[in-house]
Design a protein around this ligand. Structure first.
Ligand SMILES: [Ca+2]
Length: 334
């Protein structure tokens, strides 16, 4: 019985690289011969039993049973029975063996199914590994890109101080540009003023220290002259300083011009027609010596009569003389 069991081969599981296989250590024994052998033994046992039955029946048919005293016959019968029992036992063993082989055969098939499942799982794992490898390659490429990006960032960081210096320079330049623009604005204003002055000069006006003066070419009475000046947004001139007096007498060049000093209309006190306060004390030095004499009590308007510091004279307001208009210079808006 043990000899028969040792002939049943175990299944072995080996791993060769990534291939997994399941097979017996040696090629599986052909079950055919065993089954055939089993069948042969069964047939032979049946034949022996049948022979025994036939012999027994024949002996019974031949007559009275042999005498129990016949020792050879009894011995032979005993041997035959023993042999028959042995044969029966073997037949039983063979049947058991056959069913075991069938069971083992089912186990091998189940193992084959499992091996196929394991192989399928391995294929799945292999494809996942390939995907992982691709993912790792992609991640590596991204990492390289990121590394190069960081290098770019480092380069840019290194450029920041220089850019800052450039920015400071640009700010300084910007401030200079503002200054220049402001300067240009001032220059533009000055040019505009000069242009205005030139235009007034072309119309006969003269500029002196913030005021413009018109020296007439026509003679008028003091009142008519004042009206003319008002029509030109001015008044007959006042004189408020020695330098202005000097400017005026030099311009008159010895000709007689009305100025804006009069006594008329204000309790006969001298006053400037443009409402400039009259400083009697400071102005005393501008009268021609002996003036104002108010000749014939009819001289209520003043003029510049000489080309010198002391040049003023009082005269009748209704005589016609050249005249000087004055107005502050106010630059027009650009
Ligand atoms: Ca006089």
């Amino acid at each position: 019985m043990k000899a028969v069991e040792s002939e049943v081969h175990d299944a072995h599981f080996t791993v060769d690289k990534q291939n997994i296989s399941l097979w017996p250590r040696e090629p599986p024994p052909k079950t055919g011969p065993y089954l055939v052998l089993g069948r042969c033994l069964t047939v032979r046992a049946a034949v022996v039993l049948l022979t025994l039955v036939l012999v027994s029946s024949a002996l019974n048919a031949l007559g009275p049973s042999p005498r129990p005293a016949d020792p050879w016959f009894m011995g032979t019968m005993s041997d035959v029975k023993t042999s028959a029992q042995l044969l029966q036992g073997r037949v039983d063993n063979i049947s058991t063996l056959s069913s075991e082989i069938k069971r083992n055969s089912g186990g091998v098939e189940a193992a084959g199914v499992q091996v196929r499942m394991v192989n399928a799982s391995l294929d799945h794992v292999r494809s996942q590994i390939q995907r992982l490898e691709i993912s790792v390659k992609e991640a590596d490429a991204r990492l390289q890109k990121l590394t190069s990006s960081w290098e770019e960032v480092d380069k840019l960081n290194a450029q920041i101080p220089e850019l800052k210096r450039d920015l400071d320079k640009a700010s300084a330049l910007n401030a200079k540009v503002w200054d220049l623009q402001s300067g240009l604005g001032n220059i533009s204003k000055m040019l505009k003023q000069q242009n205005d002055i030139l235009q007034m000069m072309s119309q006969g006006w003269k500029y002196f220290r913030g005021n413009v003066y018109y020296f007439s070419v026509m003679k008028k009475t003091w009142y008519s002259a004042q009206q003319f000046c008002v029509s030109r947004e001015s008044h007959l001139t006042s004189v408020t300083s020695e330098s202005e007096q000097e400017f005026l007498y030099k311009m008159t060049d010895g000709l007689i011009y009305w100025i804006g000093l009069t006594k008329a209309g204000s309790e006969w006190d001298w006053h400037w027609v443009d409402d400039t306060p009259f400083d009697k004390l400071q102005s005393a030095r501008f009268w021609i010596p002996g003036e104002p004499n108010n000749s014939e009590n009819n001289e209520h308007c003043a003029n510049i009569k000489r080309s010198s510091l002391r040049s003023w004279n009082d005269a009748p307001c209704d005589i016609e003389l050249l005249f000087i208009c004055k107005r502050p210079y106010v630059p027009s808006e650009p």
